[in-house]
Structures are given as C-alpha cells and as structure tokens.
Design a protein around this ligand. Structure first.
Ligand code: NAP
Length: 310
C-alpha cells in the first residue's frame, strides 16, 4: 500500500521546470516514490513532457494538484503569477500540512507574505530559488538556495532537490525571504557581468581591436564561467533568435535587486546602468535575450547593432 508515500507535484513547466521536473520524477521513482504529478497553465507543455517521460502524471487543473499533492514545487514567471497560483491552491482545498516549495525569482517580501498566508492556512512554505540557466538544469547542475523551517526543508524537500536538481545547497536561514535575498545578490553578479562584458566588448570593437579578441581573452582568463558564454553570445549576435533569458525577466530581476539595494542603503550603480541599457533595447527591439544590452552600448559608441561600423 502506498498510503504513507507522499505525492510530490510540480507546477510551472517553463524553460527550467521542464528540465528539473524530469529529474525530480526520476529520482522519486528510483527511490520507491510515486510518479511526479505535473501541471502547467498551457496543457500542451505538460503533454509534451508526458510524451518524453510516459510514467509522469499530468494534472489538468490546479484543483487536482491541491487535492492530491503533499509537497508542491512551483517555478513560475514572476511575482504576480506565483501569488495567483498559490491563492488558487489555497482556494481549491490544498491539504493541511502540505508543503509549498517556491522556486521562482520573486521579491523577498512577497515570498515572506506568501509564507505567512500559507502558514495561517495550516500548510508550510519554504523558498528554494536556484542559480543556473536551463542548460545547467538539464544536467542537474543548479545551486539551490534554501530558506525556511529547517525541519520542513531537511525532511522532505532538500533530500529530493539535492541531488535531483543540483549538487549543492546553500542554507540561508529560517525565513523564506533570506533565500530570495541571496538569489538577488547572485543575480546582481550575473547582470553586472553582462553589463561589464557589454562595455568591454564595445570598447574593444570601437577602438578597432575587435570584440572577437575579447571573447578569446575571456576563454583564456575565465574558462568555464559565465563570462566566455555571454562574450560568445554578444560576439555572434545571437540575442535576437536565441532567447536564453528574456529582457523582461532580466528587468524583473534588476528591479528586485535595486529595491533590495534601497531597503539596505546600498548603492548599485552597475545595476542602474544595466537596467537603463536593457530598457532602451527592449523599447527599440522587443524581448530579446539579455545579452542584447550590448546593442545600446554599441549604439552610443556609433556602431551598428552587430558591432560593425555604419
Ligand atoms: N531561465 C533561467 O535562466 C532562470 C534561472 C534562474 C531562475 N529563473 C527563474 O525561474 C522562474 C521560471 O523561469 P523560466 O525560465 O522557467 O520561465 P519560463 O520559461 O518563462 O516559464 C514560465 C512558467 O510560468 C508559467 N506562467 C506564466 N504566466 C502564467 C500565468 N499567468 N498563470 C500560470 N502560469 C503562468 C508558464 O506557463 P505557460 O507554459 O503556460 O506559459 C511557465 O510554466 C522565473 O521566476 C525565473 O526568474 C530562471
């Protein structure tokens, strides 16, 4: 009988969730657990996952997840969507004592407010955002940042997330908001690297040295890091067709980072610059990849979008 075995569920099969849900499912099944129950707003995405992993279970509605799941991972677009989905779970009979493991990048205060709401309802809420792009999610390479009650995290959440989604967890404390604060600090570094690369590549290109030489330099100086990866995207001008992280999501993150800076009287001029370059490119071209912020720097240096001279 399966009565004691908890039912895990996953809501949000986007670029990240599509990958991590498969690993969570395989881990559960290989350790004697029940198949994962997955839900996505656009059902076709859940059906595509089921076609790839036939024994995964699809929940067509949030209500099914609320009624059946004991532990629910959520990985969703932004703050408004996360609030909406959690309200829906509460409104549709979420089990008392169940656990919501929120993994999206949202404002720390929103995470904390949701935790209070869920706890008042009689269930549990922990925040486990992560560092790493979809390519890392595909190879179980994410870094998990975990905030919330130790007992909840240690018993039923972290033993699944590590190793299923990544090899490393950083515990941030008993409050969910602390995990989001570390996540935003991590994204401060990522967005700052992108801004710095855009500036350096534009300088090399405008001076005639060539942005391709900067790419070679990054390969040699910082192998295996984000720097050669973003330098490559800027050098090959792939931002229009290869959307790894859209400008709208980067804008959400930069705005959260700046709000955190204001709250703690910390000046973040690189993030301010990054956001203004991002907004210019977004206004002119639409929702390109984050690496496209280099286009605004090229424009200011009198270069064309691809870095060539007019
Ligand atoms: N991609 C990265 O490199 C990365 C890295 C670290 C953290 N994150 C964070 O992880 C989260 C997910 O990122 P992602 O790249 O997987 O995003 P994504 O590919 O855009 O997926 C977004 C997910 O949210 C769902 N969604 C959007 N609007 C919705 C609505 N109104 N109601 C219900 N569901 C809705 C989407 O469902 P549909 O399929 O129906 O649209 C999809 O499942 C974000 O908070 C992001 O900031 C991303």
């Amino acid at each position: 009988m399966n009565i004691q075995i908890p039912q895990y569920a996953f809501i949000g099969l986007g670029a990240i969730g599509f990958e991590t849900s498969q690993h969570i499912h395989k881990h559960l099944v290989s350790t004697g657990g029940k198949p994962l129950l997955v839900h996505n707003r656009t059902l076709a995405r859940a059906e595509a996952l089921k076609a790839k992993v036939p024994d995964i279970q699809v929940a067509e509605t949030i209500k099914t997840v609320a009624e059946q799941a004991d532990i629910i991972f959520t990985c969703l677009l932004n703050d408004a969507v996360v609030k909406d989905v959690i309200d829906n779970l509460l409104a549709h009979g979420l089990k008392k004592d169940s656990i919501i493991v929120e993994q999206s990048t949202i404002a720390p205060d929103v995470s904390q407010e949701l935790a209070s709401k869920v706890e008042r309802y009689g269930a549990h809420f922990v925040a486990c955002p992560f560092m790493g792009p979809p390519a890392k999610a595909r190879v179980q390479g994410l870094i998990i940042l975990a905030g919330g009650r130790s007992q909840v995290l240690e018993e039923k959440v972290l033993p699944i997330l590590v190793p299923a989604t990544g090899p490393k967890v950083i515990r941030t404390g008993e409050q969910p908001r602390q995990a989001l604060q570390l996540k935003l600090t991590g994204n401060f570094f990522v967005t700052s690297f992108v801004e710095m690369l855009g500036e350096g590549m534009t300088l090399a290109q405008a001076s005639g040295i060539g942005q391709d030489k900067v790419k070679d330099l990054m390969d040699g100086l910082f192998p295996g890091t984000l720097l050669p990866m973003y330098a490559d995207r800027m050098n090959r001008n792939t931002y229009e067709n290869e959307i790894h992280f859209p400008l709208t999501s980067a804008k959400k993150d930069a705005t959260h980072i700046l709000n955190m800076g204001k709250e703690y009287n910390t000046k973040l001029p690189i993030t301010e610059l990054f956001l203004s370059h991002l907004e210019s490119v977004h206004k002119e071209h639409g929702d390109w990849d984050m690496s496209s912020i280099v286009c605004q720097l090229r424009k200011e240096a009198g270069l064309k979008n691809d870095g060539s001279k007019p």
